[in-house]
Design a protein around this ligand. Structure first.
Ligand SMILES: NC(=O)c1ccc[n+]([C@@H]2O[C@H](COP(=O)([O-])OP(=O)(O)OC[C@H]3O[C@@H](n4cnc5c(N)ncnc54)[C@H](OP(=O)(O)O)[C@@H]3O)[C@@H](O)[C@H]2O)c1
Length: 302
């Protein structure tokens, strides 16, 4: 298979990894907001996005761009809505027009967080933040276009490239003797590389059987196995990093933030497993691999 792929947001955590995992499947045109990596393309510039899609005539559009600053979104409501809700709708229309398959990402934050078992795709979404609300609207607008689209809802994304909880912890372990970390929000930390690996496997599968895109369209949960709290995640990062720091568990109410977050947002990945035969490993295993990769890079790159 030699697919033509248009990647948006190639400088983000997931987009960065996608550049590598998609590379062996065909011709990837990577774009980012600043244009430092790949071509410059602003997702808010509707004409530029439309002309990029029409010019490249991709078989797959992969949208890893989004407004992901959960707390900022509470005060940047319009920006969040344009990027997370309107832009997926535009991309969906363009994908439908061009007969392309659109891969898009969404979030565990579409759920309220009051469940007592992992959320399934068809469970009622009821976001408690602007970010969650706009991402949910993006899913709905995209599905309404009728495009062949797969929407992967993932959670608590981390990796060696980009801004994320793991990188913040690794920095703070060096700066502080003691940290207080929220222990009553439960989710599944998911390595950006794993999301990109799964995306490439799915693109590969659809590339060989394009007619499958239509009946496989819809939402899929795509997260690491297992679950933990932010405090449990921090503890594990500390153990694996070999740094010294005390971590004290605290309650959400002791760490007020502009955006509310779901108390429990573990996703059930059964549909992904049944449809594509893919199951991500436990979050602890991926975290160990990610940190091993980081150490190896530091050793060689200094
Ligand atoms: N991060 C998480 O914990 C998490 C959890 C669940 C789901 N997700 C979803 O997973 C997907 C990937 O997330 P991620 O963690 O990789 O996000 P990320 O690291 O924040 O990357 C998002 C990318 O979008 C780019 N972007 C922002 N505004 C843009 C614009 N106007 N035009 C083009 N690009 C623009 C950003 O560029 P700049 O950096 O230059 O602004 C950034 O490179 C998103 O759909 C997100 O909602 C993420």
């Amino acid at each position: 298979m030699q697919a033509r792929m248009l990647l948006l947001g190639c400088d983000g955590q997931v987009g960065w990894e996608l550049q590598r995992t998609l590379a062996c499947l065909g011709e990837v045109t990577s774009t980012s907001l600043c244009g430092r990596y790949g071509l410059a393309l602003d997702l808010l510039d509707r004409d530029a996005v439309a002309s990029a899609v029409r010019r490249h005539r991709p078989d797959f559009i992969i949208n890893a761009a989004a407004h992901t600053a959960v707390d900022k979104a509470e005060s940047e409501i319009e920006l969040s809505a344009r990027l997370n809700a309107e832009a997926p709708g535009l991309l969906g229309s363009l994908a439908a027009e061009q007969g392309a398959t659109l891969i898009h990402y969404s979030t565990d934050f579409v759920f309220a967080g009051d469940a007592d078992r992992p959320y399934q795709e068809e469970d009622a979404a009821s976001p408690v933040s602007v970010y969650g609300q706009t991402k949910l609207e993006g899913e709905q607008r995209l599905l309404a276009t009728g495009a062949d689209t797969l929407i992967f809802r993932t959670s608590w994304v981390y990796g060696n490239h980009g801004h994320n909880f793991m990188n913040t912890m690794l920095r703070l372990f060096k700066e502080r003797d003691c940290l207080r970390v929220v222990d009553d929000q439960i989710g599944a930390p998911t390595w950006s590389r794993m999301i990109a690996e799964v995306t490439a496997q799915v693109v590969n599968r659809l590339g060989f059987a394009p007619s499958d895109s239509a009946h496989l369209r819809g939402i899929y949960h795509l997260t690491a196995g297992g679950e933990t709290s932010w405090c449990g995640f921090a503890q594990r990062i500390l153990e694996l990093s070999g740094e010294a720091c005390r971590i004290d568990p605290i309650l959400t109410r002791d760490y007020p933030t502009p955006a509310r977050r779901p108390a429990y947002s573990v996703l059930d990945n059964t549909k992904l497993n049944k449809t594509f035969g893919i199951k991500l490993p436990d979050w602890k295993l991926s975290l160990a691999q990610c940190l091993a990769d980081r150490l190896a890079r530091m050793k060689y790159l200094g």
